[in-house]
Design a protein. Structure first.
Length: 95
C-alpha cells in the first residue's frame, strides 16, 4: 500500500524542535470596544441583547468590557447592530 507524501505543514513541523510553551505575547494593538454605547443609545438592556444574539448576560457584559470574543460572536453582534465589526472594535494605537 502506497503512503501519501508528507504535507507541507508536516514537513515544516518536522524541522522544528519540541514544542515549548511560552507566555502569551503582549498585544501589538489595543482595541476599543463600543458595544455598550450602541446598546445604551438604543435603550436596550443586557438581557435583551444577550437573548437576541444567543449569549448569556454575563458573556455579553464581559464582551462589552473588552474581553476577546470569538469572531463568530463578533459577527453576530455586528449584524445585530447593523454595522461591520470594525465599527464595534476600533483599533487604537498601543500606548
Amino acid at each position: 500500500m502506497d503512503t501519501l507524501p508528507p504535507s507541507p505543514a508536516e514537513l515544516l513541523a518536522a524541522t522544528k524542535g519540541p514544542k515549548i510553551r511560552t507566555a502569551n505575547p503582549k498585544p501589538s494593538a489595543v482595541w476599543d470596544c463600543c458595544l455598550r454605547e450602541h446598546r445604551t443609545r438604543l435603550g436596550l438592556t443586557l438581557d435583551e441583547v444577550a437573548a437576541a444574539v444567543g449569549l448569556s448576560k454575563t458573556g455579553l457584559w464581559q464582551i462589552e468590557h473588552c474581553s476577546d470574543p470569538m469572531l463568530s460572536t463578533s459577527a453576530k453582534l455586528a449584524e445585530f447592530y447593523g454595522v461591520v465589526i470594525e465599527v464595534i472594535w476600533k483599533r487604537k494605537v498601543k500606548p
